[in-house]
Write a protein that binds this ligand. Structure first.
Ligand SMILES: NC(=O)c1ccc[n+]([C@@H]2O[C@H](COP(=O)([O-])OP(=O)(O)OC[C@H]3O[C@@H](n4cnc5c(N)ncnc54)[C@H](O)[C@@H]3O)[C@@H](O)[C@H]2O)c1
Length: 390
């Protein structure tokens, strides 16, 4: 089977789906790779490197799509909501498509993908089970985002992060607050600590307290308890507005005392909860920074503008999206490793071996034979159950 790697076409995207280093493992499994010319250049991987690992470079995008049995992308149609549609006519019936497809986004996009006849897999739907950990692209990208958020915060802050004792006096360390201590949040805590900041973190899931503390962060305890804080997959559950209201009141003081606030609180398939209001921003010290990693999904700060960096009431609010793309070398390396593990899982003896008894394949499969077949997505979008699934 041939795996095709088209160049990413989302504006500003610098990652690539496969890096040369994973090609030997794919070859061993009987998978040949074709790469669109220049696909890895922005991430730091030259065409010649792919060629030296056995890939064929094709100058024309159409040829990558027409020659491949499996297309792998970072931002496929769906998560590439700007230019992704251009790939629809290039997809072939029965071809396999794997990538970030934003499956909980827009049902019409899924239906269009289904109509193209592709067998598509969305990496966002990877189940959170031990077996699938090395295929979990969301976690890989979240790790990168958490790290980069801290660097941006440190860069925008008119203060130093570490405590310094110098001949010119003692500099007190900056205070960083991380709201949402999932994968991105935990990496942000570790990175901010390495830079010498005093770090605290809050999450509505009390189970993360120990993880925060083990990274040297202080866990902020609020005297409210979320009903049913997490679902079976370990994701936070949406709470009612009165809970968020109470949370904001209690978080206000901690936010006001922080130099940098990094927010990562998202709820899958829902608009992100507003946890930092305009009033709270007004109470922050001049020059403080908010890096809102939830910006793409509405933002955790009321004043966040997606894709923009603004200054409001003297506070810099960073709403930059797609941060993982700003560390493209390692983001691509991690993503490529995740995809390779997934490919090796669903391909046996050089052929697609789709076993729907297997939780990994079943959870990630989105469309097949012209239909949106994923039961979770059909339920989410109120589509009638498929005859075969009834
Ligand atoms: N294979 C696996 O077992 C596996 C893989 C990845 C992650 N996980 C676990 O899943 C959990 C979720 O991780 P994630 O990074 O994907 O989460 P996420 O990106 O969905 O959310 C980020 C964090 O925001 C928190 N949050 C949501 N609403 C909030 C609110 N109102 N107030 C405060 N915090 C709020 C969530 O609890 C979460 O910790 C983590 O415990 C992680 O370790 C397990």
């Amino acid at each position: 089977m041939i795996v095709g790697v088209p160049r990413e076409i989302f504006p500003g995207e610098r990652r690539v789906a496969l890096v040369p280093g994973v090609l030997p493992a794919l070859a061993k499994a009987g998978l040949e790779v074709v790469v669109e010319a220049g696909a890895g250049v922005e991430a730091g991987y030259a065409d010649a490197e792919y060629e030296s690992k056995g890939a064929k470079i094709l100058p024309r995008r159409e040829d990558v799509f027409s020659s491949a049995d499996i297309i792998v992308q970072v931002l496929g149609y769906g998560s590439n909501d700007r230019t992704g549609r251009a790939d629809l006519p290039l997809l072939k019936r029965g071809q396999v498509l794997i990538g970030f497809l934003r499956p909980l986004g827009d049902v019409h996009t899924l239906e269009e993908l289904a109509a193209s006849g592709v067998t598509s897999f969305s990496v966002e739907l990877m189940p959170r089970i031990t077996r699938a950990q090395n295929m979990d692209a969301l976690s890989s990208m979240a790790t990168i985002c958490g790290y980069k958020a801290v660097l941006i915060g440190a860069d925008k802050l008119p203060k130093l992060f570490p405590m310094l004792t110098t001949a010119a006096g003692t500099i007190t360390p900056s205070r960083v607050l991380v709201i949402g201590a999932g994968v991105a949040g935990l990496q942000a805590i570790a990175t901010a600590r390495r830079l010498g900041a005093v770090v605290s973190a809050y999450d509505l899931r009390p189970v993360v307290k120990e993880q925060v503390q083990s990274l040297g962060g202080r866990f902020v305890e609020l005297p409210i308890e979320a009903a049913d804080a997490q679902d079976a997959g370990g994701y936070a559950k949406a709470q009612d507005e009165s809970f968020y209201q109470k949370q904001r009141e209690l978080l206000g003081k901690v936010v006001a005392e922080s130099d940098v606030v990094i927010t990562t609180a998202v709820v899958p398939g829902k608009k992100s909860p507003v946890l930092v209001t305009k009033d709270m921003v007004e109470k922050m010290t001049l020059g403080s920074v908010i890096v809102d990693l939830a910006a793409e999904r509405g933002g955790n700060c009321e004043l966040t503008r997606s894709e923009e960096i603004i200054v409001a009431h003297g506070v810099t609010i960073v709403g930059t999206i797609n941060l993982a793309s700003s560390v493209p070398y390692h983001a691509s390396q991690m993503y490529a490793k995740n995809l390779t593990n997934f490919l090796l899982h669903i391909v046996k003896d050089g052929k697609l071996a789709l076993n729907l008894e297997d939780e990994i394949a079943r959870s990630t499969l989105v469309t097949q034979s012209g239909e949106v077949v994923n039961p979770r997505l059909r339920e989410f979008f109120n589509l009638p159950a498929l005859a075969a699934a009834q």
